[in-house]
Design a protein around this ligand. Structure first.
Ligand SMILES: *Cc1c(COP(=O)(O)O)cnc(C)c1O
Length: 375
């Protein structure tokens, strides 16, 4: 059986008519950059999240960058985040001219360990960016409490967590701003590059709207130095179509994840993801942890199963951040997890039989190894 890691074509087939119509409307209206299809999606996404404002931008990376800029973060400031994330979280901090400061993650949730934050705060600290890794919201209550106590902003990196929830609150709406990526492979993915910021603060929303459009409040009257990070009209229209299905797709992801966990429960060599009691996990990524990753992945690949690693190198050990001089051993939990993570195929259109095939393949692999050990 051939099981891709992700199958965007399978999803397109289920909604192709609506998508084609939506794209054609944008083309007919020539509403290519910003415009009514973008503002319609912004309104829909704000109400989906249950928050005051949503601003469509060019990518998730730019969503994080503009949120930081909108909060006035710049050179000389420090922003606390985690090393086991996609590099964009940290790049956004660097792009503002601020300095990233890392804290390690929690052993079970894989998200920011709130107990380590206070020790990382200095007089220069301005903000904290928890990452809702793999679709599981970070433990926001203690993070918010520490941030408020020290007068820090909180920006949620919700780029993997569309529709996830923390104690009943939608991911992205708990901090001062929530940042989303609509990269095609995300739970809510555009047909190109796109991102968004949600916030309950109308002034911050206005600043981000200005920043994404060359700092202008009126055409050709520029109040601040901004960038071009407008969302494409086609992306707005596609996202409006897809947003209607997001909850149903997330439910399917959850069902597949639950099935994986039930089938793999007895396999002691595999550490399964844990959905913390305070969240609704949306399983953007279904990552297990195994010790001997290379041969494990080879065995899956040989059986036609696509898998991946998110992420093989924590950000503090990337060459791009070598100037921070944070060597191996700086963040032991994130580093160990980075060596053990393997992401299994998981997408809404997967069939139960495919999930079962992956689980069976994993069981067979470890059973065969156990036999070799005995012999
Ligand atoms: C995808 C992602 C981003 C960046 O989003 P882009 O749209 O690719 O720029 C940032 N943070 C995390 C955690 C992501 O997964």
């Amino acid at each position: 059986m051939n099981i891709p890691f992700l199958d965007l074509k399978a999803q397109y087939q289920t909604i192709s008519r609506e998508i084609n119509d939506a794209m054609q409307q944008v083309i007919t209206a020539c509403a290519f950059s910003g415009g009514k299809y973008v503002s319609q999606f912004e309104d829909e996404f704000a109400s989906f999240c249950g928050c005051g404002a949503s601003i469509g931008v060019g990518s998730g990376t730019e969503a994080l960058w503009l949120a930081l800029l909108g909060l006035g973060i710049g050179p000389g400031d420090e922003v606390i985040t985690v090393p086991n994330t996609f590099i964009a979280t940290v790049e956004a901090i660097s792009l503002c001219g601020a300095d990233p400061v890392f804290v390690d993650v929690d052993e079970q949730s894989y998200t920011m360990n709130p107990q380590l934050i206070e020790a990382a705060i200095t007089p220069r600290t301005k903000a904290v960016i928890p990452v809702h890794l793999f679709g599981q919201p970070a433990d926001m209550d203690p993070i918010m409490a520490i941030a408020r106590k020290h007068g820090l902003y909180v920006i949620e990196d919700a780029c993997q967590a569309h529709g996830a929830a923390y104690k009943g609150k939608v991911a992205g709406t708990i901090g001062d701003a929530g940042c989303f990526s609509f990269y095609p492979g995300k739970n809510l993915g555009a047909y190109g590059e796109a991102g968004g910021v949600v916030t309950g603060d109308p002034q911050l929303a206005d600043r981000i709207k200005m920043l994404r459009d060359h700092g202008q409040s009126q055409k050709y009257y520029h109040n601040v130095v901004g960038v071009n990070s407008r969302m494409d009209g086609i992306q707005g229209a596609v996202l409006s179509v897809k947003l209607k299905y997001l909850d149903a797709w997330n439910e399917k992801r959850r069902a597949h994840a639950k099935r994986y966990c039930a089938l793999l429960q007895g396999v002691e060599e595999v550490v399964l993801p844990r959905e913390m009691e305070y969240v609704r996990h949306v399983f953007h990524i279904f990552a297990v942890r195994v010790k001997d990753r290379e041969s494990f992945m080879q065995a899956l690949t040989a059986k036609g199963i696509g898998c991946g690693i998110h992420y093989p190198v924590p950000v503090h050990l990337q060459e791009a951040y070598s100037s921070l001089q944070l060597g191996k051993g700086s963040f032991p939990v994130a580093e160990r997890h980075g060596e053990e993570f393997v992401s299994l195929p998981l997408f809404p259109e997967m069939e139960a039989s495919q999930v079962e095939y992956v689980a069976e393949t994993i069981k067979d692999y470890f059973a065969a190894r156990d036999c070799r050990k005995i012999a």
